[in-house]
Design a protein around this ligand. Sequence first.
Ligand SMILES: [Mn+2]
Length: 271
Amino acid sequence: MKLYYADAEYNDADIVVLGIPFDRTSSFIPGSRFAPQFIRQCSENIEDYSPYQDKTLLDKKICDFGDVLLSTGDWVSEVEKKVCDIVADKKLPILLGGEHTVTLPIIRALKQGVSTFSVIQFDAHCDLRDEYLGDKICHATAMRRVSDIVDIKNMYQFGMRSGTKEEFEFNKNIHRFKTLKPLSSVIDNIREPIYLTIDVDVLDPGALPAVSTPEPGGISYHELIDSLLLFKNKKIIGADIVEYNPLAATPYASGSTVAEILRELILILKK
Ligand SMILES: [Mn+2]
């Protein structure tokens, strides 16, 4: 199944949506590997027109490139190569996880073409541990590994409400609990271009229960969309939506929510 509005051929597309069905390091509820297919299915339930932005997806040249086939071996290099190819073809990649670890190979791929960019993270969790349960590359260390590549001064984290004391001290650009107000106050200082990583557990579990590691005290759907709209005139080089887990709870209500986040994300892009 493909996203119904993503009907451009690859060669004609400006935007390429790619699923990365990886959840092998999930430490609580596995199942985010099924997110890309559920997002496609639940997109059938949402309109192409956004009342938030007064725009339609049908005016965009989008190709749904399916999912990356991952071997049991070096999956990081496999994803990196796939994203490199999309970027080399001058297309804007939108990636659907999978767990948050998938952001690492995407950033590695982008870094090959763009030497300096900022990373904006919406998430409940810092994901800044250097190691977790013996793993250097897993969902709890994802953004720490990103900080090995992207200067921590250019990494901004919003909605944070879970992490160790060390994690909260590691990044000076950590903004607790909320996204809209802190983002509004710093957005003009954020260096472009920008990569956006949206861990949907930034939302309150009441708004989106189907995530792999639910964390109470999250933001509302409207706050997330209003935050995304702040990027409308910014240069974005790629984005991901991660950690939706259709097996964790109410797959269809949550899937429709994530499908609409994807719509709004695509519609803020200048391409
Ligand atoms: Mn998270």
